[in-house]
Every structure is written in C-alpha cells, then in structure tokens.
Design a protein around this ligand. Structure first.
Ligand code: ZN
Length: 67
C-alpha cells in the first residue's frame, strides 16, 4: 500500500500530471526528487534559491500532513 503521495501540481508544476507515491516519506522524497531531476531539470535550473527552499519546505509540509 502506498501511504504517501505528492502531486507535482500541488508544488507548482502545473503542466505535470505526475504523482509520486511511497510507503514512507523517505521513499517518496527519493522518487519525487528523482522525477524532478529528470522531468523538471529546466524549471529547477531557472528557479531562484529561495524558491527551491520554499519547494523543499512545501514538500515537507505536505508529507507531515500525511503522517
Ligand atoms: Zn512533475
């Protein structure tokens, strides 16, 4: 059973329908960051540092809510 999920759309990647899933928040984070590296490389490159920090915090907040 996949207990955790994270939608790219919830993180501001509006044109992406990808949903990461995982049995643990660590597994999900691994899958999600792998996906962003492959599919959102360009967006990440153009993203300001503080935006990236915001993104990490948002990921953490969404996962904390699923605990
Ligand atoms: Zn995506």
């Amino acid at each position: 059973m996949m207990n955790y999920q994270l939608k790219c759309k919830d993180l501001g990647f509006d044109s992406c329908d990808f949903i990461s899933t995982g049995n643990s928040d660590n597994e999900l984070k691994r899958k999600f960051y792998f996906h962003t590296m492959i599919s959102h490389e360009k967006e990440l490159k153009q993203m300001a540092e503080e935006k990236k920090i915001e993104l990490h915090n948002l990921v953490k907040r969404i996962l904390d809510n699923q605990n």
